[in-house]
Ligand binder design. Sequence first.
Ligand code: PMP
Length: 408
Amino acid sequence: MIMTRTIEDIREDFPILSRKIKGKDLVYLDNGATTQKPLQVIRAVEEFYRNENSNIHRGVHTLSQEATTKYEKARELTRDFIGAKNSNEIIFTKGTTDSINLLANSFAKQFLKKGDEVIVSAMEHHSNIVPWQMVCEERGANLKVLPINKKGELLIEELESLISPNTKIIAVNHISNTLGTINPIERIISIAHKHNVKVLIDAAQSIAHTPINVQELDVDFLAFSGHKMFAPTGVGVLYGKEELLNELPPYQGGGDMIKEVTFEKTTYNCLPHKFEAGTPNIVGGIGLGEAIKYIRSVGFETIEHQEKELLEYATQELLTIEGLRIIGTAEHKTSVISFVFDDVHPFDVGTIIDQLGIAVRTGHHCTQPLMQFFEIPGTIRASFAFYNTKEEVDKLVNGVNRALRMLR
Ligand code: PMP
C-alpha cells in the first residue's frame, strides 16, 4: 500500500515520543489506557487559552461567540466522523464512563422497570458493567451476561436465547481493552433489533483504530473518549439516535440544559444541550475536533495497515518467550496483546521493564470478571498505536526476557 508519510515522519508529530525515561528512549505501549497527543492538538489547546478563552453559548461578546463557533464546529466534525445524521445527536461528555453513566441513568428512568433486563457481555470494562448494575439495583431489574469462550470471543450464538420479552438494552464493547477481541457488533445490533431491544456500543477501544458509521450500523447509542483518540482527557461523546435522545429525560440539572426555570417548574432545552448541564470542557471539545482532523490526515487505511503489522509481528515475537501465554486469541483481534507467565507476577515484569523506558499496563485493566474467568490475577498488556514500530516490539521482547532472567 502507498503511504504518503513514513512512520518516522508521523512520530515527529508527537513530541513525547522522543522523551527519555530513565535515560532510555520511551517505548510507549500503553495506548489502550490513553494515546499520546500530536502537536496539532497541543497547539489548538494552547491557542485557545492564549487567544480565545471564553465561556460559550450565552455570550454576546466576540470572544464568547468565537469560542462557541469553534466548540460547535468540533461537534460537527464529530458528527461527520461517526456518520451521524444530525449534530444534535452528539452529546459531549467527560468520556466513555460519563457517557455510559448518563445513558444508564436516563434510560433506566424512562424504560427500566421491575423485572426488566439489561444484557452486558463477559468482557466489558467496569464502566460498562457497574453503571448498569447500579440502575438495575435501583429499578429491580436484572443484569444478564453474554458469556465468552477461552479464546476471548463472545458466544454470539447464545445471544438470541438470552434475550427475553423483558430485555430492554444490550450494552457491549466493540473492542475489548484487555483481550483485543473485535466483537461482531453488526450481528449483535441486528439480533437485538429483531427483538425490539436497544443497543449501546462502547467504542472506547475502537474509535481510534477503525472507521465507524453509526447510520450504517444502525446503532442506537455509542460511547467513546477523546483521550483514547489523540485528544485531551476530560472530553468524550455519547451518540444517540435523535428520536431516542428526545425520549430520554435529562441526567443532570443546571445551566444550559434549561429552556425556562421557575420555582414551580423547569422546562428543558433541546438536544444536545438538554444533556450538557454546566460549563463543558470547551478546550477539550476543540481538541477533539483537531484530533479528528489529525486522524483523517493520517487515514484509517494507514492506521489499520500499520496496526495489523504490529499485531502480527508482536504476537510472533512475544510467543518466542519461554512460558509466555497470550490471553485473548480471538480470530478477529486488534493491536492489543495481553500476556501472562505462570511463574512470574505481571506487576514485577512491568516494574522491571519500566527501568528500560518501556511503558506497558499491568493488572486487571478494569475487567475483573474477565480475570476471574481466566483465573489469573492480571496480565501484562501491550497496546499499540499506528505510531509504534517493530523496533519497539523488539525492545519489548528483549525487556521481558531480561525481566524474566532476573525474576526466575
Ligand atoms: N470502555 C473501555 C472498553 C475502555 O477501554 C475504557 C478505558 N480503559 C473505558 C470504557 C472507560 O473510558 P474512560 O476512562 O475514558 O471513561
